[in-house]
Design a protein around this ligand. Structure first.
Ligand code: PEP
Ligand code: MG
Length: 592
């Protein structure tokens, strides 16, 4: 994925990866090779078993102490929800069954504790790595982090966490703990070989506001400590030994972005309204309750997508109805009077799975509503929990991964049952709670009209809809350039969904990443979209575009786009349209 830009700049090397956290930075690279402890299997005499176990116990105690320190630091920097991942690691250290098994094996096999720890936790790791999805791989790397921490403590090695001066960390992968520890130093950016946009390290970099590019594949082979590198977290690019020209270009880009952001200060309080007075709902996509404050400060009028499966991160079992009800109520209360749409668990696919389960094609497998309908106890508990949070009438429910009408009908039956169960318990809830469906599977898009007749709203999930329509795995960097938001087939489908919803008199929103792509805003307004739900950081930009156009002009833009038959033509046309209205707007760089 690298290219040499030409004869004039022989030393410059550009690497392309996945933009994981926005921002531009330049500085010296620090190659962080994980302190992978050296593990040897050593027999121990029976007389040393007791001291070996004591050595293990004190190592676990030290590892826990380190993690508690990281946890409290993460809580201050990231808030309690995002810091939960470290609690999960501490839970592994406190898992009496796991630790008991390790101790038993030391006694029975008469082998050293490092080896047994590595081997025993390694069993879980291998199981996770054998899953095909990226999510399980990320979790496996977190297990590595715990294993290495224990072994390092058994071997009495020091924890590395201090750096000299400002650096851009280059690493094969980064565990969340690394990201947090490094942020105590002057870190300018992160560049990793592995990882996707959903990795926790990517998520934490965004929270910590440190530019990051992941999935660079060969960064650790191409970059050495002390190399001067530039990182562009918007474009997903790393420049090694950048030329004057690249540096100037990136500096200009950073300056433009800064100036553009400065202009948007104050826009949060203004309505998302076109020049000819058509108003839009602008809301935010979030995964953790502690993102609410930021979303509101960015001008969000509510949450258009709350990914409830984030509650399952780092847990061995499903949260109880009470736990869920408490979490959802905190969110609903924190947002009141603004609305929040809780999407029921979208498990499977590239996301967390309720049980270790191997699928060759997880994206086409046991995912979202399919899991919920086959696990009625789990589904009913979640529905009751959401209902319990709805007493102030600002809560809505949304179903993921729907591909046929019967799924919607069955889900509504369960909702009815959940309401009856609460009534029988005398527990209050909003009896008129609104229910909607995500349109993210082509069959559901084709059935938009029929589905709309059964529900209160639709929300288009372009992240999945595009992958399923174009047969391009959304997480596979080898086909990333084929993943096209502006493919005419995708756009015609979006129009069909919006028209289908409107025909039945319901509103149609979009919560896929496309809703937050500034190149798409005029087009989506013109296609008749009613609501945009986007990551909080892009809210001001999208609002700025809405405020600089006329609805009647946007209609014409949409009509014109629908006559074009290739993605490059559509992009070019839309770029001209947007730049004509907001010349300094930073637009997404074309992938691939
Ligand atoms: C989508 O598919 O567009 C969507 C918003 O859902 P997720 O990204 O969580 O699959
Ligand atoms: Mg989806």
């Amino acid at each position: 994925m690298e290219h040499d830009p030409g004869k004039t700049s022989q030393q410059e090397l550009i690497l392309s990866g996945i933009p994981a956290a926005p921002g531009i930075a330049m500085g010296l690279a620090y190659l962080y090779s994980k302190q992978m402890p050296h593990i040897q299997m050593k027999p121990i005499p029976e007389s040393e078993v007791e001291s070996e176990i004591l050595r293990l116990q004190s190592a676990i105690a030290r590892a826990e102490k380190e993690l508690r320190k990281i946890l409290s630091f993460a809580e201050q920097k990231l808030g309690p929800q995002s810091a939960k991942i470290f609690e999960a690691q501490i839970m592994i250290l406190n898992d009496q069954i796991l630790i008991g098994t390790i101790e038993k094996r030391i006694k029975e096999e008469l082998r050293n504790s490092e080896f047994i720890v590595f081997d025993e936790i390694g069993k879980y790791r291998r199981m996770m790595m054998s899953a095909t999805d990226e999510y399980m791989h990320e979790r496996a790397h977190e297990l590595d982090d715990v294993t290495n921490r224990i072994i390092r403590c058994v071997q009495d090695q020091k924890l590395f966490s201090r750096l000299e001066g400002e650096s851009i960390i280059v690493s094969e992968s980064l565990a969340p703990a690394d990201t947090v520890i490094f942020s105590r130093n002057q870190i300018l950016g992160y560049a990793t070989d592995l990882g996707g946009i959903t990795s926790h390290a990517a998520l934490l970099s965004r929270s910590l506001k440190i530019p990051a590019v992941v999935g660079l594949r060969t960064a650790t082979k191409q970059i050495h400590t002390g190399d001067f590198i530039a990182i562009d977290g918007y474009g997903g690019i790393i420049a090694i030994n950048p030329t004057e020209e690249t540096i100037d270009g990136l500096n200009r880009k950073a300056q433009r972005l800064k100036e553009f952001e400065a202009k948007l200060v104050g826009i949060a309080g203004l309505p998302a309204e076109t020049i000819d007075h058509k108003r839009y709902e602008l809301s935010a996509n979030i995964e953790f309750a502690d993102e609410i404050e930021f979303a509101i400060s960015q001008g969000s009028r509510g949450i258009g997508l709350y990914r409830t499966e984030s509650q399952l991160i780092g847990r061995a079992s499903f949260p109880t109805e009470d736990e869920q009800a408490q979490d959802y109520s905190t969110v609903a209360e924190g947002l009141f009077p603004h609305p929040v749409i809780f999407r029921t668990f979208d498990i499977g696919g590239d996301k967390i799975s309720p049980e270790p389960y191997h699928e060759d094609n997880p994206f086409l497998g046991w995912r979202g509503i399919r899991v919920s309908l086959e696990r009625p106890e789990m589904f009913l508990a979640q529905l009751r929990a959401i209902l319990r949070a709805s007493t102030r009438k600002n809560v809505r429910i949304m179903l993921p991964m729907v591909s046929r009408l019967t799924e919607v009908r069955r889900a509504k039956e369960y909702l009815k049952q959940a309401k009856e169960e609460l009534k029988a318990r005398d527990t209050p809830f909003d009896s008129k709670i609104k229910i909607g469906v995500m349109i993210e599977v082509p069959s559901a898009a084709l059935l938009a009209n029929e589905i709309s007749a059964e529900v209160d709203f639709l929300s288009i999930g372009t992240n999945d809809l595009i992958q399923y329509m174009l047969a391009v795995d959304r997480g596979n960097s080898a086909v990333a350039s084929l993943y096209q938001d502006f493919n005419p087939a995708v756009l015609r489908t979006i129009k069909m969904v919006i028209d289908g919803g409107h025909k039945q008199g319901i509103w149609v929103g979009m919560c896929g990443e496309m809703a937050g792509n500034p190149l798409a805003t005029v087009l989506l307004v013109g296609l008749g979209l009613d609501e945009f739900s986007v990551i909080p950081s892009v809210l001001p930009e999208i609002k700025q575009i809405i405020r600089s156009i006329k609805y009647k002009d946007a209609r014409k833009v949409a009509d014109k786009v629908l006559t074009l038959s290739t993605e490059p033509e559509i992009r070019e046309y839309l770029t001209t349209v947007v730049k004509a209205r907001i010349p300094d707007i930073p637009l997404e760089e074309q992938s691939g």
